[in-house]
Design a protein around this ligand. Structure first.
Ligand code: ADP
Ligand code: 5GP
Length: 250
């Protein structure tokens, strides 16, 4: 016995990190939001995924992604090095198991930017993970943002729009929904979601006493984005993608 407990995903437990999952159709503004969030929230690590896709624009190996050849990715799958992995638009993407362990050792929390399939795999392995789905205000805005970024070829943009229509139908599998319209407001809301979950976790600790007005404000802002409280605002967005209304979905 080494005195360490192991949890359900076989990792030695020190600090049990809060795991935040963030998903969005490509072009919604997720990377922009995540970059800002990481500047604002201390002790929150970004999980740098592995991918077989080619770097885009100014992306650097080891920063946005670890770019690896397909053979290397397949070796990692065989060696069970991923917590989750998925195929998206013909390329592999995956979260390395060791990130979660390293984050726990540092006493930090972890942010995963992963697709809908990966989010579902993670929720099965780690049900307490906190999931956030970012939506664009409507389809036209998404298309405009994809073009504005001008890092993808026209056929890739078209494929991403088709994929987006499918992905957004999964919004109700997430704990929180963030409609990324005004950027400043979205950043504030995303920060509130992350901090509110930390506050809820530390509710019983004496150091969490005091500053209750500020705490309440954070929790209330986060609550406005809980699935049950935002459903009505999502329906028109789904309609702009031609998705059937909730009442017509199974
Ligand atoms: P994603 O990571 O979801 O694919 P990006 O963060 O790359 O998306 O954003 C796509 C484009 O939209 C970028 O040009 C970004 O600057 C822009 N953008 C992001 N959020 C907003 C917003 N709230 N309002 C206007 N433009 C935005
Ligand atoms: P992009 O090519 O635009 O960077 O990412 C495409 C999609 O892959 C996005 O939805 C992004 O969230 C997702 N993605 C990035 N890393 C991972 C990962 O490690 N696992 C999974 N399942 N999806 C990922």
């Amino acid at each position: 016995m080494n005195g360490h407990k192991t949890n359900e995903i076989g990792m030695n437990e020190t600090y049990r990190p809060l795991v935040y999952i963030i998903s969005a159709p490509s072009g919604s503004g997720k990377s922009t939001l995540v970059n800002e969030l990481l500047k604002l929230v201390p002790n929150l690590d970004f999980s740098v995924s592995f991918t077989t896709r080619a770097p885009r624009g100014s992306e650097q190996n080891g920063k946005q992604y670890h770019f690896v050849p397909r053979e290397e990715f397949e070796r990692m799958i065989r060696d069970d090095e991923f917590l989750e992995h998925a195929c998206f638009d013909g390329n592999y993407y995956g979260t390395a198991r060791r990130f979660l362990e390293e984050t726990g050792q540092k006493g930090h929390d972890l942010l995963l930017d992963i697709d809908v399939q990966g989010a579902q795999q993670m929720k099965r392995k780690l049900p307490e993970a906190i999931s956030i789905f970012v939506l664009p205000p409507d389809r036209k805005t998404l298309e405009w943002r994809l073009r504005k970024r001008s890092e993808d070829a026209e056929d890739v943009i078209h494929r991403r729009l088709v994929t987006a229509s499918r992905e957004i139908e999964n919004y109700d599998k997430y704990d929180y929904i963030l409609i990324n319209d005004d950027l400043e407001e979205s950043i504030e809301s995303l920060q509130a979601i992350v901090l509110s979950e930390r506050l809820l976790r530390s509710k019983s600790s004496p150091s969490a006493e005091g500053k209750s007005a500020e705490r309440n404000e954070i929790v209330q802002l986060a609550d406005r984005h809980r699935l049950a409280n935002i459903r009505d605002r999502v329906e028109p967005i789904l309609a702009s993608f031609g998705a059937p209304p909730a009442s017509a979905r199974p």
